[in-house]
Design a protein. Sequence first.
Lengths: 114, 112
Amino acid sequence: DAGVIQSPRHEVTEMGQEVTLRCKPISGHNSLFWYRQTMMRGLELLIYFNNNVPIDDSGMPEDRFSAKMPNASFSTLKIQPSEPRDSAVYFCASSLNVGGFGYTFGSGTRLTVV
Amino acid sequence: RKEVEQDPGPFNVPEGATVAFNCTYSNSASQSFFWYRQDCRKEPKLLMSVYSSGNEDGRFTAQLNRASQYISLLIRDSKLSDSATYLCVVNSHSGSARQLTFGSGTQLTVLP
């Protein structure tokens, strides 16, 4: 099992540019989560999908952020336009939506907006 | 009040020591509890689930006190490799969504 795969691992971009982060969940997992982690705020849930449908996007900071899950094996998180305060590590996680199983995280994308 | 609260530490302990971390949660309806471990510049990884009766996995023991809404993690005979941030995680339900809420983490450094 390859685990949750995220790309790119690192992204450095200039303010105002569009950034797209990608995630491939574990095969068979039907829940997918996007998190952001910073020193100040810890791990924050941005959006959650169940069976490819966005269920809760209340954590998405503003309209500059959008996420899609066109099929069970792929999701994207897009920031347009990016700002320096978006600099963080973005994690994707997936899980089986049954019982109290924990989540499996990808290795994360370290985003720096200059 | 934060939904999940942890002492951020840092805890600096010598090798072989026993160390305990505590965590409190605010949602009395929470049903699932976990401890995650996060190494520096890595992703969080599931360490262990926490069961009502308490559970042990090698040197690690987790306890749950529902009445006090309190979770603990005990590490015995600590190793250098135990150095990491330990995240207390609680399952909270928001309507039909099933979400995990992460504490801010407790940093542990085991010293030689």
